[in-house]
Design a protein around this ligand. Structure first.
Ligand code: 5CA
Length: 158
């Protein structure tokens, strides 16, 4: 197997430390968006895990939402669950919080701990695919394993 770029290797290393048995792979095609990732991985868009960073409007606390690629986050509904409105940090802030650039944000292994929530819809799939640190790196796993490794609370996102 060829050597992974450092950002993808970091995701691989953290996964093993978390007890998540995955193999990060670099695709030949870009996987920057859920649609691109679905095409590259040969799965439906719903099986792609979007790792979206928000901040609490009141607490400024960062939140990570793991969202099915086919869902748009119902920000009002999620805000009601969290007890505060949500804001979208800009790309620089996302990079500072996670240590990764948008398009390759993984579901774990971030520069700062992020309170993590998972879209209930992801649990309907046998296998989901998530970003692994670069705009071409991905891994596949069972959604329940991803939930357990990230400690995510499962909520409705749409
Ligand atoms: N690698 C793919 C599939 S796993 C991926 O990372 N998809 S993603 O959906 O998690 O990341 C792209 C998301 O980043 C977009 O859905 C969008 O919500 C967000 N995004 C794109 N540009 C910006 C920006 N300038 N500031 C904040 N968020 C952005």
């Amino acid at each position: 197997m060829s050597k992974l770029p450092p950002s993808a290797q970091k995701v691989q290393d953290v996964a093993l430390a978390l007890g998540l048995d995955i193999a990060v792979r670099e695709m030949a095609m870009p996987t920057r968006t859920a649609e691109e990732a679905a095409a590259a991985c040969g799965v439906t868009v719903g099986q792609i895990v979007k790792s979206l960073v928000f901040t609490g409007a009141t607490s400024r606390k960062p939140y990570l939402l793991l969202v099915s690629g086919s869902n748009r986050v119902n920000e009002k509904g999620v805000a009601a669950h969290l007890g505060e409105k949500l804001k979208r940090p800009d790309a620089d802030a996302v990079r500072a919080l996670t240590g990764f650039a948008i398009g390759g944000i993984p579901p774990f292994g971030h520069a700062t701990p992020l309170a993590t929530y998972m879209d209930r819809d992801l649990l309907q799939y046998d296998i989901v695919w998530a970003a692994a640190g670069t705009p071409k790196a991905v891994f596949r796993t069972e959604p329940a394993k991803l939930r357990d490794a990230t400690g995510a609370a499962v909520i409705d996102m749409k």
